[in-house]
Design a protein around this ligand. Structure first.
Ligand code: AP5
Ligand code: MG
Length: 213
């Protein structure tokens, strides 16, 4: 099963992608996580990506596309994958389609998680992430078992650098301008599924699972 998660920053793409990846035993590929891992390791890619991410801007397409296409061709993706945060522009979607065509395959579902902008800024201020393993929590909606400590690896959880309210607003503006046109793009391909992202995390997950049966 090949799935794309669409939706604004903070809509819950990563939260649902992680749950789906576990249920279907397929890789969860988050371009944001890949960039954050590169930033942590201070790679050349990480240095370039950080300058855009900290401003709430998209990393240029040429730094993203080949990286993702290579990843999708890895052995562990042969039964499918969940793309979280890619594609994010029409040119990225077209490049992905070209690569899929070459491989004789296609996307099964593009899931748009819909959350109004007003909910997002609030939601992001409560998000905490593990700088080590990337696990995501929410102080109210998805707390850790021990306050402030990652359930998975025991590290202290933090507010992501780009989750300051001003940067969140910029990311939302960029989303509406550059990423939301993908909704029509995948609707035209008849793979779009829309879901109300304001519901409870578990309820959304159950609807997604039903939708994919
Ligand atoms: P990325 O890491 O992809 O960030 P994003 O798209 O802005 O999305 P987020 O990760 O912020 O939100 P999410 O939808 O995953 O929500 P989450 O599940 O965490 O990208 C970061 C940056 O990298 C970009 O700005 C860009 O610069 C660059 N980048 C990445 N990919 C790129 C690409 N392809 N091209 C160019 N640049 C790229 O949930 C949010 C919070 O809400 C959490 O605390 C969660 O616990 C909580 N929550 C989730 N669901 C619910 C719910 N139903 N009810 C209540 N709370 C909930
Ligand atoms: Mg995410």
């Amino acid at each position: 099963m090949k799935i794309i998660m669409l939706g604004a920053p903070g809509a819950g793409k990563g939260t649902q992608a992680a749950k789906l990846a576990e249920k279907y035993q397929i890789p969860h590929i988050s371009t944001g996580d890949i960039f954050r891992a590169n930033i942590k390791q201070q790679t050349e890619l990480g240095k370039k990506a950080k300058s855009y991410m900290d401003q709430g801007l998209l990393v240029p397409d040429e730094l993203v596309v080949d990286l993702v296409v290579d990843r999708l061709r890895a052995e562990d993706c042969k039964n499918g994958y969940i793309l979280d945060g890619f594609p994010r522009t029409i040119p990225q979607a077209q490049s992905l389609d070209r690569a899929l065509d070459e491989d004789g395959t296609k996307i099964d579902y593009a899931i748009d998680i819909e959350v109004p902008d007003e909910n997002i800024v609030n939601r992001m201020s409560g998000r905490r992430t593990c700088p080590d393993c990337g696990a995501t929590y929410h102080m109210v909606h998805m707390p850790t078992k021990v306050e402030g400590i990652c359930d998975v690896c025991g590290k202290e959880i933090v507010l992501r650098d780009d989750d300051q309210p001003e940067t969140v607003q910029k990311r939302l503006d960029v989303y509406h301008e550059q990423t939301s046109p993908l909704i029509e793009y995948y609707q035209a391909k008849k793979v779009l599924k829309e879901i109300d992202g304001t519901k409870e995390i578990e309820e959304i997950f159950q609807s997604l699972v039903e939708m994919m049966q």
